[in-house]
Design a protein around this ligand. Sequence first.
Ligand code: FE2
Ligand code: FE2
Length: 394
Amino acid sequence: MKIGIFGGTFDPVHLGHIWTARSVRDELGLDKLFMVVAADPPHKPDPDRTPGSVRYRMLESALQHEQGITASDVELKREGKSFTVDTVAHYKGQYRGAELFLIVGGDMLENFPLWREPERILSMAKLVAVSRPDERRDMRAIADSIEERFCGRVLLSSFDGPDISSTEVRRRMRDALPVDMLVARPTEHYMYTNALYMPKEVVEIRSRLSKLLRRKRLNHTMLTACEAVKLAARYGVDTEKARTAALLHDCVKLPNKELLEYCSEHCYDLTEEEKNNPYLIHARLGAVLACEEYGVTDPEILQAIKNHTLGRVGMSLLDKIIYVADKIEPTREFEGVDEIRDIAYIDINRAMLLVMRHSAEYTVMSGRAINPSTQAVMDYLENEMRTNTEDNDV
Ligand SMILES: [Fe+2]
Ligand SMILES: [Fe+2]
């Protein structure tokens, strides 16, 4: 049996890591490859590092469909300071008679002689240094000296995958920039639902929402933010505004009975239409609370929150983005949603129109009356689509 061990902080795991694991697995014909999450430094917690258990869960979800590649928490479970030699010994004991390969980044090769018990590591496993093809020549000289000094084998493997760093992923999460090209989809969703690497204001909003909203609604909110950021980036809209609007769009989305009680307790006047259709309340009230309770003063954000349920003739691009993101975020399931997900990144007006038509059909089927403004908004969107087509033709 051939077993690979690939350690790292994975804070968070990104597509470069997964690419490396896949290519080494295939190149060496590994039966199993363990991606081992580095432990939190004992007695000296690193405030900038995400807790090991969280990094492990992200890794585990990113690898769920990978053939022969598994997340390992063996170093997290170990007491005291964690050394690579102990991890290699762990797998040596678990897979007696197997051929072990320890995979490291090429940049770590130079320091390998300084690791704890390098000779023992090489007595149990072959070292595989992964580097860019153009760095390979320098690597060979270092590898030769390690082989000679410690009587082991050092293999070189070329990496031609995407150039991604975890630092870049964290920076983009903080700055409300899309990360879908850098991490696996489950990692992206995990980071959003848990507000990882986000500014403290966002973490604070999530924490406050978690006290009011049910878990499913909270996850929907965080994933709406994920979708809104990507749509905003696609259409050149301020992504931070999109993230804030999405985070607060359902800030008071409670079951109808609770919502009516909330309004009477807080003395919020309701329109006749809202009294007859309580689901409408949370949009207008959400905008009020976003301002009064969460300190949002930007009128564009408040308007997007207010318009996310019914839309509005003349609505802004940010309004449309929040409306559509709300309906296509990854947990939404309805017939045709995948097609609308694709269209949303091509033509936001058409995506919104399709969502509105779907909702209108659902409303009719449920025996309720379509809101009087709906047809006007749909006509407006069709007109926008026509105008854009004519502009493109010119
Ligand atoms: Fe809503
Ligand atoms: Fe929503």
